[in-house]
Design a protein around this ligand. Structure first.
Ligand SMILES: Cc1cc2nc3c(=O)[nH]c(=O)nc-3n(C[C@H](O)[C@H](O)[C@H](O)COP(=O)(O)OP(=O)(O)OC[C@H]3O[C@@H](n4cnc5c(N)ncnc54)[C@H](O)[C@@H]3O)c2cc1C
Length: 382
């Protein structure tokens, strides 16, 4: 497997790195976390103009026609300074629209998000679903002109602000079955939709959605009714792979800020980084960070793998690995900073919290371990 970046990819990474250093240091996230939106529309628009929001979308919908790898490389850099703009929801919900929406739906619900004029959210999680994308209780009943939706969705990233929300609902099939699932698009002002903003531990904002007798026209259904199961499964992998990429950027920052502290902070007349016990810890952090870079690359490359079992294997392995490395590196980061590391004034805690949330998004450790263990090649011992 070739892990070398192409010339274009290197240029893209350099551009994003330069941008986050100048335009979006962690200080910006600190300021925005107290605001109602939690991110900034001007920066979002700038990202749209730079072509980052559309990077992995086809040119036919206004994207750059590149792949998940380029989007993952961007996310990795954004993770280094905790950029708060809602790119992961755009990647997931946008893919749902790009893959299953008609040209009219793509123009109406996706085009403006790629230019940074609108934003998206993806609502799949429910109270009971425990990361299982098929565990959907939200009902979609057929009506004369379309569908009537009833149900609840939880932890909808950017659901508090999104102009359009892609959501899953069931019109048939047994509970927890991939059959009978459909994708719909609702807008924030759709009658019958109650949106309650929530703030997560890392200060990112999301929403709880309540849907009561929500009447939707047929133009709100994406793709064929009841057939969204395989796409939903793929979207879940996209989300999981995206969290791995962002986590990789987080770990790189925590490693280097901790190393700087060990070189600066003096005790007994010497930088504490000169003590072997702390050097060993820093080396362990380095090894875990490098491992995460590799699994992030694996997740990026395998995000569009057509063999579903192979895709599941790679993404679940990457996610479980990153959860473990992420917990280790960010905890060590706090520990090695001593008392200052547990204060809100220091950035290391913000990285720790973001890592903690990324660990749970699109499948936690238990979910991905179980999914991996259930794969045919694993159970057969191949
Ligand atoms: C919530 C909280 C409650 C606390 N309560 C108390 C309390 O009740 N009583 C009390 O006395 N203190 C208390 N402390 C202070 C705590 O003991 C210090 O934070 C801790 O000793 C680390 O010191 P530091 O923050 O100055 O880190 P630093 O001295 O900057 O050290 C950074 C890292 O290097 C390690 N280190 C430092 N010097 C050496 C060395 N010579 N050799 C090897 N490793 C080294 C430290 O363990 C730490 O991991 C508290 C701290 C916190 C965060």
């Amino acid at each position: 497997m070739d892990f070398e970046l192409t010339e274009d990819q290197t240029l893209l990474v350099d551009t994003v790195r330069e941008f986050v250093k100048k335009e979006s240091p962690v200080e910006r996230m600190r300021k925005l976390r107290g605001t109602e939106l939690g991110w900034d529309r001007k920066t979002w628009k700038q990202m749209g103009e730079l072509g980052w929001l559309g990077v992995m979308f086809p040119e036919s919908v206004g994207g750059a026609g590149m792949t998940f790898v380029e989007a993952g490389l961007i996310l990795q850099e954004l993770g280094t300074t905790l950029v708060p703009e809602p790119i992961i929801p755009l990647m997931v919900a946008g893919t749902a629209i790009a893959r299953s929406g008609s040209p009219e739906q793509q123009e109406r619900f996706l085009a403006k998000s790629l230019t940074g004029d609108e934003s998206l959210a993806f609502a799949w999680n429910e109270e009971q679903s425990r990361h299982d994308v098929n565990d959907v209780k939200t009902r979609a009943e057929k009506t004369k002109d379309g569908f009537r939706l009833d149900g609840q969705k939880r932890w909808v990233l950017n659901g508090h602000a999104a102009d359009h929300i892609v959501l899953s609902a069931r019109s048939g099939g047994d509970t927890r079955s991939g059959d009978g699932l459909s994708l719909f698009v609702i807008d924030k002002d759709t009658p019958g939709v109650k949106i309650q903003a929530v703030q997560m531990m890392d200060s990112q904002k999301g929403a709880l959605l309540e849907l009561k007798n929500v009447e939707l026209g047929r133009d709100r259904l994406l793709g064929e009714e009841g057939k969204a199961g395989p796409l939903l499964d793929h979207l879940m992998d996209y989300g999981a792979a995206a969290t791995v990429c962002e986590a990789s950027g987080i770990l790189q920052s925590v490693l280097w800020m901790t190393r700087s502290y060990l070189m600066e902070r003096k005790q007994f007349g010497a930088p504490i980084g000169s003590f072997q016990a702390l050097q060993h810890r820093a080396v362990d952090m380095f090894v875990e960070t490098e491992l995460t870079k590799s699994v992030a690359m694996l997740a990026m490359i395998k995000a569009d793998e057509t063999d579903v079992a192979e895709r599941h294997r790679a993404i679940s392995a990457a996610k479980t690995s990153v959860i473990e490395s992420g917990a280790f590196v960010t905890r060590q980061g706090i520990q090695l900073h001593g008392g200052i590391g547990v204060t809100d004034e220091h950035d290391v805690g913000l990285y720790f919290k973001r890592m903690h949330i990324l660990a749970t998004l699109f499948g936690d450790d238990a979910f991905h371990t179980a999914r991996y263990a259930g794969l045919p090649s694993f159970t057969r011992g191949v």
